[in-house]
Design a protein around this ligand. Sequence first.
Ligand code: SF4
Length: 236
Amino acid sequence: MEISFTRFRVYSECPWKYKLMFIDGKKVPLTAPSSLGLSLHRALEAFHRSRINELDNLIDCYERLWIGGGYADEEEKRRCFEKGVKILEKYFVQEQERRSQIEGIEREFIYPLGAHTVRGMIDRMDTLPDGSIEIIDYKTQLDAAMDPAIDRNLQLRFYGLGVRESLGVKPALLTIHYLASGKRDSIPYDDSGEDDLKRRIERAADRIDAGDFTPDTAFCPRCEFRAICAHSVAKK
Ligand code: SF4
């Protein structure tokens, strides 16, 4: 089977959630934060691909690719749109100070792992002035406190391993760029956990392949399907 980070993460949260999403086709509904996050990601991708380094172009990309769904009403939609403009203005200023070279935007990696294929998409990959590689993931949360460290590192390690396996390059830095606050949180890439991570990904893919979707109710209080799931122990 083909396994991405999202599939791996969802299966690790709860195998039954994986079944609901990827077998039964249930969608996690858009919310104001997730909708704004998608709009910002789309705008940044289009902006960097265009290679027109002007703020007007960035805002134009945002307006063009704005997603209007997920908001409670027009007032919330308007407030979030304006918040997005401010986030992008700050991003543009920060971007002018960076000395790195963009190597890839929405860069895909793919590599074989046992009987499976691992595939992923990296928001951004830069070459730093010393020639080393930095992998960057954009987050729209306000700051690191809202994003559990374990998830952050797992996602970045998944991407780091993907670059290493598919491009044969060892990244030097793994970075989360918190768009709303402008903060960047970087860790050096540590390859000592690669074998362990590969085993975890392969084991998840094996279990998915075997149709093992045994619910893990420890995740229920944070699960988007808790109100409708037959196995939920946290209906509210
Ligand atoms: S509500 Fe609980 S059992 Fe159901 S999918 Fe979510 S985490 Fe799994």
